[in-house]
Design a protein around this ligand. Structure first.
Ligand SMILES: Nc1ncnc2c1ncn2[C@@H]1O[C@H](COP(=O)(O)OP(=O)(O)O)[C@@H](O)[C@H]1O
Ligand SMILES: [Mg+2]
Length: 232
């Protein structure tokens, strides 16, 4: 359903992504992207969502070349991403925020999303005044609205404790499976990635260094050496 072909992005003289090939064939799976800081993970997500134009290569979704399509077009045709706070309008409640996006995108079952991310208790609070952990879950709930076929999350658990991270991934996995959404997740917490993701891609210095099941990627010599000395 998603195919990234020889994708390269440079920022001036910095080659942030260098000929990356990636394929996610199934629906309802969680696909993790890992790699040390500066590996090119966010750049890859930005190139897939259309925020960043690749200097080379192509992005295919469901057999269609979308490389030149706009961010808006991609969103309308079923690609969503998390925004990390920037999507929260000041002064409205969590409920209003969710309902606003749900009415724009035609979400048939907002209650399911609210319950899956345990947001019921936060519904009447101001969206910009809730606790950080709740905020992160609102952000992912927003990306889940409108039954996207492909969802991109860049460090959804950033700043959360290990316990909160595990809970977040549990919620995410359940909803991804139930709704048949394919989620591409960049995550710093590699233990969470190896535990919850169906497939894992590892990047280092803009290149794909390993790809496969969590078991395969975890013991890959290049992955181990990329993390040696850089593990936080
Ligand atoms: N806007 C930018 N301008 C210049 N260089 C950038 C920009 N964004 C990222 N880079 C560089 O591109 C490389 C990959 O960055 P990034 O995709 O953010 O990595 P990651 O998300 O894996 O930490 C890094 O060397 C980074 O410094
Ligand atoms: Mg990043």
């Amino acid at each position: 359903m998603l195919r990234v072909e020889e994708l390269s992005v440079s920022y001036g003289s910095v080659q942030a992504l260098d000929g990356v090939n990636l394929e996610v064939a199934e629906r309802g799976v969680l696909h993790g992207i890992i790699g040390p800081n500066g590996a090119g993970k966010s750049t890859l997500m930005d190139a897939i969502t259309g925020r960043r134009r690749p200097t080379r290569g192509r992005v295919w979704v469901d057999g269609q070349d979308i490389t030149q399509r706009s961010v808006t077009w991609r969103r309308r045709t079923g690609m969503s991403r998390s925004f990390q706070r920037t999507s929260i309008f000041p002064g409205i409640s969590v409920r209003e925020q969710l309902e606003l996006v749900a009415s724009q995108l035609g979400e048939p079952d907002l209650d399911e999303i609210i319950d899956a991310f345990e947001l019921r208790a936060a519904l009447d609070q101001p969206a910009d005044g809730i606790a950080y952990g709740d905020q992160r879950r609102v952000d992912i709930a927003l990306a889940m609205i409108g039954k996207p076929s492909l969802m991109l999350l860049d460090e959804p658990a950033a700043g959360l404790s290990t316990t909160e991270t595990v809970a977040l991934f549990e919620h995410l996995v359940r909803l991804v499976r139930h709704r048949g959404v394919t989620a591409l997740v960049v995550e710093h917490d590699v233990d969470a990635v190896f535990r919850f993701c169906d497939r894992v891609t590892a990047l280092d210095l803009g290149r794909l260094i390993a790809h496969g099941t969590p078991e395969q990627v975890r013991k890959d010599a290049r992955v181990i050496s990329a993390y040696l000395g850089t593990a936080a």
